[in-house]
Write a protein that binds this ligand. Structure first.
Ligand code: FAD
Length: 392
């Protein structure tokens, strides 16, 4: 990636995070994926060096930097080879804590955020439901307030909740007024910061259950269905004002969009770099395959798409940060941040997809990950003994 124009803070983040990530080689991620094992050492290493608090206030133990620096951190993690597994193992701790830091009560902020920054607790983001998908405003999980106002009873189902197995906290979006009773679907939602209480390593408090989803890839991080059946949560888990949860969560969603755009860039740049290296090494028909324009030009095109998406991504992150600034004189509207953050995420994802697809094609048959035998040797006759075999 061309790094001209980034700030000194962003470049410091990039170098320091790359150094940390270098301690977690490809073999670490391959093993954790194959064994469906949470990369807890990676999460702990980032927490130990204070990276989980990169965009959180200094008075809560964070670094007080912004989403511009956090996006650079997530890009660097993905680009290191940790890919989406590395990114997913920590990113909710960075973005889902943004609404808590801004709208949470003093007790919520001081009681929760320092523990997330230190790595003692992990958090997950509970928004998606089986029957709502992208249409977040139609979600139906209901949090009903008790008669004495001391608690809520939560009933409903969430799906695709990343890291719920290892999280102590969930940022939960639920309806406190049913869809039928609101004037607009954007009303009646509330955000809660709740405990995912366990009675033992495998069972949960009454009214809470979860089921791990079996995946074909990205297996180092768990994805879950989470079931609530009259799950009791204290009233003081409500973040901000009741029924205003959609406005509050947008704060986390725009941050998430910037971070995920950064992660996509990381994947794309890593793919192009590896493919470019391979085009110099691989000789077919008596010359390096990179000497063929049909191989080189699609990679150059992919690189330029990433560069364009990079500008969109860091523009969105900058707008997000400026819109939060208490000192800035520019008045940046949230819908403008939304347009920039959505555009960045879309463009970066498209650029990353093109880069990854072209990188796989550039590798020919080697674009297919070799299967392995239980003894750890490579099962495929064609790559046994090859210098590209990942087992060597
Ligand atoms: C690995 C993984 C991790 C995730 N982690 C989390 C998490 O931690 N927390 C969480 O809350 N959620 C999480 N999600 C959920 C994710 O945010 C949702 O999958 C996403 O919001 C899309 O919802 P859906 O899958 O139900 O798709 P749907 O909404 O059912 O959409 C299906 C398809 O239809 C298209 N589509 C839908 N409506 C329209 C329309 N009007 N016009 C054109 N096209 C349309 C969509 O683009 C998509 O291609 C995760 C998902 C995955 C796969």
């Amino acid at each position: 990636m061309e790094t001209t124009g980034f700030t000194e803070n962003q470049m410091t983040v990039r170098e320091a995070v790359a150094t940390l990530c270098a301690k977690f080689p490809n073999s670490y991620w391959q093993e954790h994926d194959q064994n469906e094992q949470d990369p807890k050492e990676f999460h702990a290493a980032l927490a130990k060096d204070g990276w989980l608090g990169i965009a959180l206030p200094e008075e809560l133990g964070g670094s007080g930097l912004g989403i511009s620096e956090a996006t650079m951190m997530m890009q660097t993690i993905a680009e290191s080879g940790a890919g989406m597994a590395g990114a997913q193992s920590i990113h909710a701790n960075v973005y889902a804590t943004q609404p808590l830091a801004k709208f949470g009560s003093r007790e919520q902020r001081e009681g929760t955020i320092p523990k997330i920054i230190s790595g003692e607790w992990r958090t997950c983001f509970g928004v998606t439901e089986p029957d709502t998908g992208l249409d977040t405003l139609r979600l139906r999980t209901l949090a009903r307030k008790s008669a004495d106002g001391q608690s809520y009873s939560v009933t409903g189902q969430k799906i695709w909740i990343t890291c719920a197995q290892v999280a102590r906290k969930m940022m939960l979006l639920a309806r406190t007024t049913s869809l039928e009773e609101v004037r607009k679907p954007s009303e009646g939602l509330s955000l809660f910061c709740i405990d995912l209480d366990r009675t033992s390593s495998s069972s949960y408090s009454p009214g809470l259950d979860m089921r791990k989803i079996k995946k074909m890839g990205g297996r180092a991080v768990d994805a879950n269905e989470v079931f609530f059946d009259n799950y009791q949560i204290p009233a003081d888990t409500l973040v901000g004002t009741e029924n205003q949860g959609f406005k509050i969560i947008l704060h986390g969603l725009n941050a998430e969009r910037c971070l995920l755009a950064g992660e996509a860039l990381g994947l794309g740049y890593a793919a192009v770099a590896r493919a470019a290296r391979y085009t110099c090494e691989r000789v077919v028909f008596g010359r390096a395959i990179g000497a063929n324009q049909g191989v080189a030009h699609p990679l150059a095109d992919a690189y330029m798409r990433l560069e364009a998406a990079k500008h969109a991504t860091y523009h969105a992150a900058r707008l997000f940060d400026q819109s939060q600034s208490t000192t800035s004189t520019t008045n940046i509207r949230q819908d403008a941040v939304g347009v920039a953050a959505n555009s960045a995420k879309y463009l970066a994802a498209e650029a990353a997809f093109a880069a990854c697809e072209r990188a796989v094609l550039t590798h020919g048959g080697m674009g297919t990950p070799p299967s392995t035998t239980s003894s750890g040797g490579c099962a495929s006759a064609w790559c046994r003994g090859s210098r590209l075999c990942r087992r060597r």
